[in-house]
Design a protein around this ligand. Structure first.
Ligand code: ZN
Length: 497
């Protein structure tokens, strides 16, 4: 029943849905049983020791059945946790629709699993359900029935393509979190009554009930997929009809082409349609397919992984050849960001990218490192020059004994070489050195002067830091050497401008 009421500000009269579940006792037993059984059907998987455990008595599972309590499990449907010994509780959210008088309410029922039994000497699972939210689904938004807060579809729509850096409208961030993200580590949708939504006017043409099988065991169905998309996005129905379920679920995140032909809408030729259905491709796979049309799913997955690591793609990339090359070089798709970086460096240095040996160098990592170094020196020619000039002065402090020698860094290349472990901060580091705000010396074995041993930072004629590789402290012999050196060092201090 709908009842008319004033809203919180006493400004508008709004219909308030009355017959909603207000406490756990209102939840139909069928749903409660479903939740209890569903939570109990999943074993725990400990990401730390990579083992499965009975979620009832927390004993390690050797097979699909617990030898202690006889429960049987399907191992691939598990709750993933860390450090099972320290596990106290786990929250699993179930979203459940209820249809009354042709109105839909979507409930969030949290099943709180607690792994500690006060009466048992060992850990044992108990569970407690609580109702956390109830959204009355309306044509222009969701009214949360416990707090009376209204979340309009229009503001979610605005939030979708907003650049949050530019304006600090935090209410839009809130709304995209409500619709788009899931805060619980597990968030299931109860699908057995989705057919009832056929009677609800806002869902009438949505075909949302056809998503049943897709969502049955899906642990992360966003709120937008079950409300905003089927209600506000005409693409949703179209995609469900086409059996492209993942695209339907994520349809608000895709910039659709003009209506009309298949190719205009999806940005790929219609001949890929069966392939798209067969693999039920998602939004990132669709953009990968647009970038690299193929019916080889392994290749598509590779392209998808590559594209997920970069913001912009060099359009000349031949992904088929690149995959072969990455396989040969034992590179992972996340190296694609380095590959793009490498291509940019080539371009910057005017190297011919049509040359196969340039595109696919024999040893990628080495070529990449060499080239990025070259570009960095090019870009920072002035800084490099200053460091090099300064090093001539600092050479007054070259010092040695029988075993060790110490000398100043003479340019960007030597610094990158030395600190290859921390190369990401080299740029700012170089800047400070070129200003003589600090000085870097390399202490090395006289028998291996090219091999990095201790990096020494000097300020105002004093050693302020001396670290070996992997940032370990130096040993006593090295320390004695540095103390002797410090005594005879010329303090080459920055002269203020
Ligand atoms: Zn057990």
């Amino acid at each position: 029943m709908l009842q008319l009421k004033f809203d919180d500000n006493f400004q508008n009269i709004v219909p308030i849905f009355q017959d909603y579940w207000k406490s756990i006792d209102d939840i139909p037993p069928k749903i409660k049983d479903y939740i209890t059984n569903h939570s109990a059907s999943r074993p725990l998987y400990d990401r730390t020791d990579k083992k499965y455990y009975c979620s009832q008595c927390l004993r390690e599972l050797s097979g699909c059945q617990c030898i202690n309590c006889q429960r049987e499990y399907q191992l691939k449907k598990s709750f993933k946790v860390f450090q099972i010994q320290d596990l106290d509780s786990l929250e699993v959210t179930y979203r459940v629709f209820d249809v009354i008088d042709q109105e839909a309410v979507l409930y969030y029922i949290v099943d709180e699993l607690t792994f500690d039994h006060p009466l048992a000497s060992y850990k044992y699972r108990t569970n407690k359900m609580k109702l956390s939210r109830a959204y009355h689904v309306q044509k222009d938004g969701l009214l949360e029935l416990y707090s009376h807060k209204f979340y309009s579809f229009k503001s979610y729509d605005e939030a979708l393509w907003k650049d949050f850096d530019e304006n600090g409208d935090f209410s839009l961030i809130d709304i995209s979190e409500i619709f788009g993200l899931s805060f619980s580590s597990y968030d299931f949708l109860y699908v057995d009554n989705l057919d009832d939504l056929q009677d609800v006017s806002v869902y009438r043409y949505s075909r949302i009930w056809e998503m049943k099988d897709k969502w049955r065991d899906d642990a992360f169905v966003p709120l937008s997929a079950v409300t905003y998309n089927p209600i506000c996005r005409p693409e949703f129905e179209y995609l469900v009809k086409m059996k492209l379920y993942q695209l339907a679920e994520q349809c608000e995140t895709i910039k659709w082409g003009d209506r009309g032909s298949f190719e205009k809408i999806f940005g790929v030729s219609k001949k890929y349609y069966n392939f798209m259905v067969e693999h039920d491709i998602n939004a990132s796979e669709l953009s990968a397919l647009q970038q690299c049309p193929t019916d080889d799913y392994e290749l598509l997955s590779f392209v998808t992984d590559c594209l997920n690591t970069v913001i912009q793609v060099d359009h000349s990339v031949d992904f088929k050849k690149l995959k072969k090359y990455f396989d040969e070089q034992h590179l992972r798709p996340d190296h694609f960001v380095d590959y793009q970086d490498y291509l940019n460096c080539c371009q910057q240095l005017g190297i011919d990218l049509k040359d196969k040996n340039v595109l696919y160098p024999e040893d990628f990592i080495t070529s990449h490192d060499q080239l990025t170094l070259e570009v960095m020196i090019n870009d920072n020619a002035e800084i490099n020059q200053k460091i090099s000039e300064l090093s001539k002065l600092l050479s007054l402090n070259v010092y040695e004994n029988d075993k060790f020698i110490i000398f100043p860094a003479d340019g960007i290349a030597s610094l990158i070489d030395e600190s290859s472990q921390q190369s990401n901060c080299v740029r700012t580091y170089c800047d400070r050195i070129s200003q003589n705000d600090c000085q870097i010396y390399f202490m090395r074995h006289k028998t291996a002067v090219d091999k990095s041993l201790v990096t020494v930072e000097v300020r105002a004629g004093r050693v302020v830091q001396a670290r070996t590789r992997f940032n370990k402290d130096i040993d006593a012999e090295m320390k004695t050497f540095l103390e002797q050196w410090e005594k005879v060092m010329f303090p080459i201090i920055k002269i203020s401008e």
